[in-house]
Design a protein around this ligand. Structure first.
Ligand SMILES: C[S@@+](CC[C@H](N)C(=O)[O-])C[C@H]1O[C@@H](n2cnc3c(N)ncnc32)[C@H](O)[C@@H]1O
Length: 284
């Protein structure tokens, strides 16, 4: 075979391996990659494959599909996640929590409200929720005598472990946090890093969970934040996840999606609620 012909054969083999990897990734995590993301897979996986003594994507796929390679599977899915996040991202969900959802839970005398930050990344969302709750309780002492629980989950064990430490370096602390809140709720560490205080961390529990799997063990919630992740998922996975969210919500529970995500066309279990500068969804 000429060298030009063998290059074509190997390029088409690489292409087939990439397509099979995309199928595997979608089935195991819901994450869909476009046809033009082969470079991303290569960049993100090369160190992992090398460390695990795996020659190429084809061998990795074989191990993932036919072997008992739990650690390799976790590392690969972990590496393919996009963990972009910030404090008080988009602002309006947190204003709505403060101005509408928490007062409503207080008026209905809900004993111990539960909030889920699904796909929590490094914890900025769950901790932003906890800061809003702390500020609300300072103005409404005794509002929730049994406390409020926040459960924060992500498919990536790397981000969940990092979030649970509640320590943020100079870059991770910077985005979206006012100096006033930083000084009030964080303790400075070395080199521009900060640690959240216990009054904010105490109501947040982190654990690894895959949105494609069952949520039954997490219990029921009054509010679910699931933002900026379903955008990567297929329509069928979006529908199934939204229907499972409905089953995980208490009556009148609220689902808050990312600014470019919607329930419309995916689930009949919610009605749209317009709030200042955004939309949230109430379970009907
Ligand atoms: C872009 S971040 C969004 C973080 C946060 N919700 C926000 O809006 O700032 C998306 C997160 O979804 C997580 N993720 C991706 N697929 C997931 C799945 N199947 N189950 C749970 N989390 C998933 C990723 O690990 C990543 O941390």
């Amino acid at each position: 075979m000429s060298s030009a012909a063998s290059t074509v054969v190997s390029a088409s083999q690489d292409n087939q391996d990439y397509i099979q990897f995309c199928d595997y990734l979608e089935q195991s995590s819901g994450i869909t990659l476009g046809l033009n993301k082969a470079y991303l897979v290569k960049n993100r996986l090369s160190a992992i494959l090398q460390r695990n003594g795996v020659a190429n994507l084809r061998e990795a796929l074989h191990k993932l599909q036919h072997g008992n390679e739990q650690q390799l599977k976790l590392e690969i899915i972990d590496a393919m996640t996009t963990n972009e996040t910030s404090w008080f991202r988009d602002q309006y969900p947190f204003d709505y929590l403060k101005d509408s959802l928490l007062p409503d839970l207080k008026n209905r005398q809900v004993t111990m409200p539960r909030i889920w930050s699904a796909a929590c990344s490094y914890g900025h969302e769950a901790y932003s929720i906890s800061i809003i709750i702390e500020e609300f309780l300072q103005k409404n002492p005794g509002a929730f005598p049994a406390g409020i629980q926040i459960v924060a989950t992500d498919i990536s064990s790397r981000v969940v472990e990092s979030a649970a430490k509640a320590e943020f370096d100079r870059l991770a602390i910077a985005r979206g946090l006012s100096d006033e809140r930083k000084n009030k709720f964080f303790t400075p560490l070395a080199e521009g890093a900060y640690r959240l205080k216990e009054n904010i961390t105490k109501r947040v529990r982190f654990q690894r969970a895959n949105l494609l799997e069952s949520y039954a063990l997490l219990g029921k919630f009054d509010i679910i934040f699931c933002r900026n992740v379903l955008i990567y998922f297929s329509n069928i996975n979006k529908s199934q996840i939204m229907d499972k969210f409905a089953q995980s919500l208490n009556q009148n529970g609220t689902l808050i999606l990312g600014a470019s995500e919607t329930v419309t066309n995916y689930s009949n279990a919610f009605e749209m609620v317009k709030c200042p500068r955004g939309i949230v969804y109430r379970h009907v």
